[in-house]
Design a protein around this ligand. Sequence first.
Ligand SMILES: C[S@@+](CC[C@H](N)C(=O)[O-])C[C@H]1O[C@@H](n2cnc3c(N)ncnc32)[C@H](O)[C@@H]1O
Length: 310
Amino acid sequence: MTATGAPEPPLHQPVLRDTVLRWLAPRSGGRYLDGTFGRGGHTEAILAADPGALVLGLDKDPDAAPAAAALAARDPRFRFLAADFSELGSALDEVGWDQVDGILLDLGLSSPQLETPERGFALRHDGPLDMRYDPGSGETAAELLDRLDEREIADLLFGIGERRSRAIARRIAGRRPLRTTGDLRAAVIAAVGPRRGRIDPATRTFLAVRSAVNREPQALAAALHAAPARLRNEGVLAVISYHSGEDRPVKHAFRRLAAQPEFELGTRRPIRADEDELSANRRSRSACLRILRRREAGESEPAPQEESPR
Ligand SMILES: C[S@@+](CC[C@H](N)C(=O)[O-])C[C@H]1O[C@@H](n2cnc3c(N)ncnc32)[C@H](O)[C@@H]1O
């Protein structure tokens, strides 16, 4: 059973694991912050890469805590805090780490969250319309959609690139109160019709609502603001995003920072999964990794590479 009472779902395969490791290049005595612990796939890879590497993991989902506690019990190099990565500065202060050698944010939701109908993220299974990463705080998706007026719902959907935002918002408003993920999906289908291609017609709506419920843009902006100052010389900030609304602020923040002498982009273009990973892990299809590196003091400015790290 998970902490929220749901049965334990399938494991999460860490996306772009080997590439992230090549960039973080864990070393003995190195300190790494995994801001999105999930089930610890990336954290375990960092710990395994060097017997002297230390990791602090954060996650706001209580269902992440049992895996984190089990890992901390068998590996004293790991610590976990149930915290929002927007507060990564306070988390680092709490463990007495001023600066770190690497920070990883693997954004969005994990496979276990997606595959647990009780969490209310899934399009494919009916469940309560919840979608909170931390079910102990904040508004559920149902409460959010009850509170917003039709125009605010349309704006929310439009902001994530949903072209039929007005029609969908009208159906959502007209069918309230929506109580289940099935209610929300049915409202979208009533507005735009059933699935025609590969992608479910409610995909963008679910993404927009999840993002608003969890204040994802605000959390990401706060983390992008706080993280660079916490990197040691040669420290690396790695961010994996899964849609353009997540990737855009990362791209802009990294470009702004790379205009300063202390920072550089790891690669000119975002890094994507290779064919092997694409065929083994569906989730990797939309993954997009960007790297920012703090230069060593006095280091000159090499041109960013296309794909591979140091
Ligand atoms: C894609 S999963 C990470 C999976 C992880 N890298 C692994 O290999 O198991 C994203 C995780 O980040 C968590 N999360 C999302 N937003 C967060 C935030 N603002 N603060 C802390 N955790 C967050 C989610 O609860 C989820 O467990």
